[in-house]
Ligand binder design. Structure first.
Ligand SMILES: NC(=O)c1ccc[n+]([C@@H]2O[C@H](COP(=O)([O-])OP(=O)(O)OC[C@H]3O[C@@H](n4cnc5c(N)ncnc54)[C@H](OP(=O)(O)O)[C@@H]3O)[C@@H](O)[C@H]2O)c1
Length: 309
């Protein structure tokens, strides 16, 4: 079996496509033959060692979180997943390894793949939509009266947040790069601003929630855009921002893990056509190293990138 792995933290040059074997399956895990795996920025952040306080210093480590595939084996304590099921899901930060022919995952982090979705589409759902769920449904408590501003509304998390907020009936405006303006307007972001247009998007407030998907909006400026009782939501932690999250009721740091229990609900919304993913590239697994490196360097098409096993 082959997987993308690395033997020390570092840049793209540390990745290799290598033979590996998995240990005996633990009781609460499932073994999945991967059909598609979606690339997220988290993948190279982990490889660079940004989360080494969680991922530790045992190597080699696999890469990749989000996958869809067919269940090959189930642990003895798993009751709701069967061999042969088509599933999609993710893995814990300290047990990466979805860029592989076979991956082991906690059974609670997989859900049935809806027949209406391709393996590639399903693989694109977990991290972006779980993060957006934690932000929009959880922290922002979006509803039909809500006005939500999404800073970075064109990326994987941003576009997921736009759709979830719309599905909640909220009015969504946002900011993105110049090149993304037309596509976010088409997605119903009204109005859509560019990042330098701060005065205009601040004046369009106040908002019930400001969701900064990129960690580039000044927090004080974001807080000033809120209605009384509104929330600034962040997903890019730094030590200072984490601390702020503990002491401020108006500022929330959220994580994908906060939305993972909603994978079935996310799949249902996708089946109902209320949310969708835009795939820019489906690449063969044999090209994984080049494709990941290019994505990391920003050389990529619009839309998600998926590896096909
Ligand atoms: N806390 C958590 O659990 C959590 C979970 C998920 C992600 N994150 C973090 O949140 C951040 C955003 O994640 P993401 O998955 O949304 O990232 P992403 O899809 O890479 O989007 C980020 C930005 O990249 C630009 N972009 C999108 N497609 C592009 C393309 N084809 N070419 C060039 N630029 C493109 C867009 O900028 P423009 O606005 O210029 O169009 C977009 O706003 C990352 O730092 C990630 O690590 C945190």
């Amino acid at each position: 079996m082959k997987r993308v792995q690395f033997s020390r933290y570092g840049g793209p040059e540390e990745m290799s496509l290598a033979e590996y074997s998995l240990p005996a399956l633990e009781p609460r895990r499932v073994r999945v033959r991967v059909k598609a795996a979606a690339i997220n920025p988290l993948d190279w952040k982990i490889r660079r060692g940004v989360m080494k306080f969680v991922t530790g210093n045992r190597f080699p480590q696999g890469m990749g979180s989000d996958f869809a595939g067919i269940v090959d084996e189930v642990g003895t304590a798993v009751t709701d997943v069967r061999v042969g099921d088509e599933v999609f899901g993710t893995v814990e930060i300290k047990r990466q390894g979805a860029f592989a022919e076979v991956v082991d995952a906690d059974a609670r982090l997989v859900a049935p793949k809806p027949a209406a979705l391709s393996f590639s589409e399903a693989a694109c759902l977990p991290i972006p939509f779980a993060t957006a769920w934690a932000a929009i449904v959880g922290a922002a408590r979006a509803g039909s009266e809500s006005r939500i501003f999404i800073h970075g509304c064109s990326g994987a998390v941003g576009s997921s947040a736009v759709q979830l907020a719309q599905a909640c009936g909220a009015q969504v405006s946002g900011a993105c790069g110049e090149a993304s303006l037309a596509s976010v307007e088409l997605a119903g972001v009204r109005p859509a601003f560019t990042y330098p247009d701060k005065t205009s998007f601040a004046a369009y407030g106040p908002y019930d929630a400001v969701f900064d998907t990129l960690g580039t909006l000044d927090v004080a400026e974001g807080l000033a855009m809120l209605k009384s009782g509104g929330r600034f939501i962040d997903i890019n932690p730094t030590p200072g921002r984490m601390l702020r999250g503990f002491i401020s009721g108006r500022y929330r740091m959220v994580f994908a893990t906060g939305g993972f229990r909603n994978l079935r609900e996310i799949a249902r919304l996708a089946c109902e056509g209320k949310i969708h993913v835009s795939i820019g590239l489906e690449a063969p697994f044999t090209d994984a190293l080049t494709v990941i490196r290019n994505a990391e360097l920003g050389r990529r098409p619009a839309g998600r990138i998926v590896l096909i096993m």
